[in-house]
Design a protein around this ligand. Structure first.
Ligand code: ADP
Ligand code: ZN
Ligand code: ZN
Length: 728
């Protein structure tokens, strides 16, 4: 009898065998419901075989093979295999993590026929209907009929406003043939003028990439902010569409999706586009996923997880802001969506375009040594839009008060007078990062994390930004009873307060994670900015990325010095990317932009490079440092992480693991050390670094070592292997 080998969401790196009388090779990639322990669970059939190692008395039979949707394509299964090998994560967990929630459940899915977001119109038959003929829900039916008669079409949004039950009724009528569904017409999509003339640089970029549209290459589209990378993407996608191919566009985990989606829809109004961002509910995700899997969706816009979407006709992958750390998942399966995108492109033999104004040093270095092909855009796309003038304000000379220096206040005043917008950037939300006792130096800390509690003055609370813990403001110092406890340092709320005092007539808007909690807050904020109903923006990194504010001419940067001397070797790279991005918000259209950085270190090489907009200078410096110190991209790293209630347990485990390891000479193992941030969410963490200048050697070592670690008794600890770690 045939045996199916099933990948299950179980933390053991093996496939599970079941008897399946009617299974054959065509079932590979289908879901199956199988008994596991006392339960039924769902997995994916990875192989169909005639043999098994399982003894016949232990071998169980499959409960059901779901044939509701087509099997996962072989190329996707290959991606899962690669991902499982490379990240040393059980195949079943890789596979099940990638599937939409509804496909992980133990039921076949019901496929919907009519789409929700169309509009309804009466058919000829519908026009003949008398209300008397409708037995149920008379009042709702009457309203809907009146609407349909009056306005010829009824959008599903309007119908939902009339009553939540309206759609259901309209669908019943659709089945009765009284109503038909028509897709939303092209005219309703926002119109954005097509740019007819590419800049010479864009022209060159587009022709270089499209000349090789049918083969694998990793293109590094390295273009300064405002150079028009989006337009290059659009033209390359146009080419892929012309060949009836699908394009996967990966974007960072930020609120940019609606904006980018609008741009894409406007340019390709008749193209089927889906958005697979992280905010979808299960039903929406499944529906979008199926449209991709069936090849109907031609453009798939999505965040990290979208890299696992089945795309039978994939012709192009774009990774926008490729340096963004949100492409790397930081828990569970610690994959890099960018790196998997490159694997996928190579495997499918199609181009992948990595876009950035400040590429990751890994990508930059790969371009330098010819592994990636570099395409550069060095000037801004809009005529006369110069790069902003970046200057440092030396805070050793210009004292700061409530976070703001005199020259910055002056610049803000001038900007207000000119009726331009300005942005004050401080990457720390809340009122102040610390609450201090002036007499005994007590500082409020989180019980569960090695971190200070952040003062949120408005809610009179102290919050931990790592674990979410909140507590009330103490009346007095818990250590010495002194009542003189004060918030120390600056956060967005405090800067907002200070600006309001300096500029009582200005319209000030704070944008951070606290202020965008409400649904649609982002859309409203962007509209407010675009409609010029705000003069001064205060924002964290949320505002730094991708947004185009044509009337913004001034950016002030506060408190960036901390990252200059961080212990994290990637801190400088990240700071530079972030500041370039923020600075890039200024002067994008026809007004000149100015950027002021308040700093105690105006001569720091990072700031000097920033003032000259010289990414290459900084990248060369950082690469030289990394080479000297033996850091990536000159070595490949992996980290074995362990956490426990007591650091000693974690360290002991890591020592045991280290003792098991028999690394070849080309692989270096370091001593276990406590993590930078020792406690997180009540657990103490430690790690052990492994590195090698050969990725291959590192991988083959990790594969063997991983199996050995798995044999260790685990007592009250959790561990995970993180390949190409971004955090320490
Ligand atoms: P980037 O993503 O590289 O920072 P964008 O793609 O946002 O830059 O483009 C910046 C601005 O330049 C946008 O307003 C865009 O409409 C405009 N733009 C892009 N290409 C051209 C062009 N060829 N001619 C005129 N304007 C352009
Ligand atoms: Zn005290
Ligand atoms: Zn905490």
């Amino acid at each position: 009898m045939p045996i199916i080998r099933v990948a299950l969401n179980i933390p053991i790196d093996t496939l599970f065998d079941y008897q399946a009388a009617d299974a054959n090779q065509h079932d590979i990639g289908l879901r199956a419901s199988v008994p596991f322990g006392k339960k039924l669970v769902t997995g994916v059939i990875i192989d169909v075989s005639s043999e098994t190692q399982i003894s016949s008395e232990k071998l169980k039979s499959v409960q059901a093979i779901f044939r509701d949707i087509a099997p996962l394509p072989a190329a996707l299964l290959d991606l899962f295999h690669f991902c499982s090998h490379y990240y040393h994560h059980p195949l079943g967990m890789v596979v099940m993590n990638a599937l939409p929630g509804k496909l992980r459940s133990n039921k076949p899915v019901k496929l919907k026929t009519a789409s929700n977001n169309g509009q309804f119109t009466l058919t000829e038959a519908g026009k003949q209907i008398d209300l008397i003929d409708i037995p149920t829900r008379q009042r709702l039916a009457r309203r809907l009929f009146i609407e349909l008669n009056q306005s010829t079409v009824l959008t599903s949004d309007t119908a939902k406003q009339i009553s939540p039950g309206a759609i259901k009724l309209l669908k019943e009528w659709t089945q009765l043939g009284w109503v038909s569904v028509i897709p939303i017409p092209v005219a309703m999509a926002p119109r954005i003028r097509k740019i007819l003339h590419l800049t010479p640089e864009q022209e060159k970029a587009v022709s270089t990439i499209t000349a090789k549209i049918k083969q694998f290459n990793t293109w590094l589209l390295h273009g300064i902010t405002g150079s028009g990378k989006t337009e290059v993407y659009l033209r390359v996608i146009e080419k892929a569409l012309a060949q009836n191919k699908q394009t996967l566009v990966l974007i960072p985990e930020i609120s940019l999706t609606p904006q980018l989606e609008a741009v894409f829809r406007a340019r390709f109004p008749t193209t089927h586009l889906i958005n697979l961002h992280s905010g979808l509910n299960d039903t929406e995700r499944l529906s979008s996923w199926l449209q991709a899997q069936q090849g109907k969706a031609k453009i798939i816009l999505g965040t990290r997880l979208a890299v696992f979407t089945p795309l039978p006709n994939l012709g192009l992958i774009i990774v926008d802001e490729e340096q963004d750390s949100s492409f790397k998942q930081q828990d569970g399966l610690r994959y890099s969506a960018r790196d998997l995108a490159i694997f996928r492109a190579r495997h499918t033999d199609i181009p992948v375009v990595l876009g950035s104004a400040t590429p990751s040093l890994e990508s930059y270095y790969n371009a330098l040594r010819g592994r990636y092909r570099s395409v550069r855009l060095q000037s801004r796309a809009i005529e006369n839009a110069a790069l902003p003038m970046i200057r440092c304000i030396d805070t050793r000379i210009n004292k700061i008060q409530e976070g703001l220096s005199e020259p910055l206040i002056k610049a803000l005043t001038q900007c207000l007078a000119a009726k331009h917008q300005s942005l004050v950037f401080i990457n720390r939300r809340g009122y102040a990062p610390v609450l201090l006792c002036k007499s005994c130096t007590w500082a409020a800390t989180c019980q569960r994390c090695s971190s200070r509690l952040v003062v949120h003055l408005r809610d009179k609370q102290l919050c931990c930004h790592h674990c979410g813990h909140r507590e009330n403001f103490p009346r007095a110092c818990p250590q010495c009873g002194n009542q003189d406890i004060t918030p120390f340092g600056q956060g967005t709320q405090r800067v907002e307060e200070a600006l309001a005092i300096h500029f009582p007539d200005a319209r000030i808007l704070r944008i951070d994670r606290d202020s965008i909690r409400r649904k649609n807050a982002w859309q409203n904020i962007l509209q407010t900015i675009q409609a010029q109903e705000v003069d001064i923006l205060i924002g964290t990194q949320l505002l730094a990325k991708g947004h185009d504010f044509p009337n913004l001419s001034l950016v002030g940067i506060l408190n960036s010095d901390a990252s200059l001397y961080s212990t994290d070797f990637r801190a400088s790279e990240r700071l530079f990317a972030q500041l370039m991005q923020v600075a890039g918000r200024a002067g994008r259209a026809h007004i000149a932009g100015h950027v002021f950085i308040q700093t105690e270190f105006p001569d720091h090489p990072l700031y000097l490079a920033l003032q000259r907009h010289d990414y290459d200078a900084l990248a060369q410096t950082l690469l030289a440092e990394r080479k000297m110190a033996g850091f990536p991209p000159f070595v490949y790293q992996a980290i074995l992480r362990a956490e426990a209630h007591d650091i000693q347990l974690a360290l002991n485990f890591l020592s045991q693991a280290a003792n098991l390891a028999k690394p070849p000479g080309s692989v270096e193992i370091f001593d276990p050390v406590p993590a930078q941030m020792l406690r997180l969410k009540g657990l103490e963490r430690a790690h052990l670094l492994v590195q090698s200048s050969s990725r291959k050697q590192l991988q083959s070592f990790l594969a063997k070592w991983h199996i050995q670690i798995n044999t260790l008794p685990i007592h009250k600890i959790r561990w995970v292997l993180d390949v190409d770690p971004l955090e320490f």
